[in-house]
Unconditional design. Structure first.
Length: 464
């Protein structure tokens, strides 16, 4: 069968042909010979046969495919699989991947599936599900290699050979004391380079990085980034080793957090399903809340316009520049907000840096506002030179009003955009909620106040 595929025969065609023969052995042989990524492509291409594909693979390979599929595909497959195969897959799944899958299901379904687990796996799963949803405890796996400090290198390597196959990774070995407390970790590379009769306690240095089981998953992502590790141990409040978190799980978390932040920054709630799979009603519910909030925010803009109705009637020219003023303030605020949220998400800045950030953004806001202010000032001058009567005899005052206002509005937008994410983080909220549309709406209201206040000061005694 593999020879056929090597002759550039399309895998999809071979799969359909084999499927039509209704030969389970032949189908299993075909699927087990393919790369995992190729089987995933088959699942994506033939959703009607996704359960058949998983059912006709050896358990180990079926698990490798299952755990990288989309959650909705996993749900559909579990619904269609025979109970015996479901039990084998769930028991074979790494505990952290199994927990990720189960927590997306209704409670009744979780209860039924947990019954299929072996007693030891059931105990592990219930333990992981007991930790907070976004905690490291939900990500960790209890499958790791541990040894004691009095072991020799030869004993450790024998231990790895004996038990290593059932663990998710053996790149790092963990040293614990008699009470289960974490003493240190050591890379497999260092063990292979050491002498067989060396004692572990003589070659470890006591320098290790660990996560608390209740740490936030975003914090774990930062720890991985800063320490360049493929796995990090997880301990409880007494430093007892409970499990490890591996880099592949953190990559999934990082991807999910990024998608969620992008959706929030766009002014919508995070989608927990693929866009094309989510129903119109659910999509409506995710978007309507923010739209209503932003709509009420913009109503304050109309209120501010009404407050300055007298000034607008006296100088109708002021109304011409309202879109220019509002967009400049909103754009500067959105820029600052996006930069700060991104910097916070990757750990470049923290709440304690707020004063340093504020000083930088004031300087940036003044520079940016000055550039736009000069452009706005010369815009009025150029239009006046083209059409001398367009802005009347006090056109120079109009130009100064626009220029000064742009400086103030851009400065204010920059301050608001940079400080709001930090304030939300300080209050325990998600900084991504200070999305670009939200910042722009807040800046719109204040921009009008700044604009007409400057107009009153500059034009008083002439046009006002």
């Amino acid at each position: 069968m593999s020879d056929e595929l090597n002759e550039d025969i399309n895998l999809s065609e071979v799969f359909l042909e084999t499927l039509s023969k209704n030969d389970a052995h032949l189908l299993r042989e075909l699927l087990d010979e393919q790369n995992i990524s190729d089987v995933v492509e088959l699942v994506n291409e033939f959703p009607a046969h996704e359960a058949t594909i998983i059912d006709h693979m050896t358990v180990h390979r079926a698990v490798s495919v299952f755990k990288i599929l989309d959650i909705n595909q996993q749900k559909d497959i579990i619904k269609e699989l025979p109970a015996r195969k479901t039990a084998k897959i769930l028991n074979e799944l790494p505990p952290d991947d199994r927990t990720d899958f189960l927590e997306e299901l209704p409670k009744a379904a979780i209860r039924d599936l947990i019954k299929l687990l072996d007693p030891e796996e059931r105990k592990i799963t219930l333990s992981l599900l007991g930790y907070p949803e976004d905690s490291v405890g939900r990500l960790m796996t209890p499958d790791y290699v541990y040894v004691y400090a009095h072991y020799t290198v030869a004993e450790v390597l024998n231990n790895i050979r004996k038990y290593g196959k059932k663990y998710e990774t053996i790149d790092v070995i963990y040293i614990i004391d008699e009470q289960g407390g974490l003493v240190d970790d050591i890379r497999i590379r260092d063990l292979l380079l050491a002498k067989p009769d060396d004692i572990i306690k003589d070659i470890i240095d006591g320098r290790f990085v660990a996560l608390n089981v209740y740490d936030d998953q975003e914090h774990a992502s930062q720890v991985f980034k800063m320490n360049n590790r493929t796995a990090i141990p997880v301990v409880d409040d007494n430093d007892v080793l409970l499990g490890i978190v591996t880099i592949d799980d953190i990559l999934w978390v990082t991807n999910e957090e990024f998608s969620e932040d992008m959706q929030k920054m766009g002014g919508t709630e995070a989608l927990n399903e693929p866009y094309l799979d989510i129903s119109i009603f659910k999509l409506f519910k995710k978007r309507i809340t923010w739209l209503v909030i932003l709509f009420f925010g913009e109503m304050f803009t109309a209120t501010a316009m009404g407050y300055f109705e007298g000034e607008i009637k006296k100088v109708t020219l002021l109304a011409l520049f309202v879109p220019l003023i509002l967009s400049s303030g909103g754009n500067s605020g959105s820029q600052a907000s996006t930069l700060i949220i991104q910097a916070m998400s990757i750990g470049e800045i923290t709440i304690s840096n707020w004063w340093k950030i504020l000083r930088r953004e004031i300087t940036s806001g003044l520079l940016l506002g000055a550039v736009l202010g000069i452009i706005g000032f010369f815009r009025v001058m150029v239009w006046h030179s083209i059409a001398p009567g367009l802005y009347g005899e006090h056109w120079i005052l109009i130009a100064f009003t626009i220029g000064i206002t742009l400086i103030g509005v851009v400065l204010w937008g920059t301050i608001m955009g940079s400080m709001l994410p930090i304030l939300l983080k300080r209050l325990g909220a998600d900084p991504a909620a200070s999305s670009a549309p939200f910042v722009a709406t807040l800046v719109d209201v204040t921009a009008l106040v700044i604009y007409f206040s400057v107009a009153l000061l500059v034009l008083r005694g002439t046009l006002l």
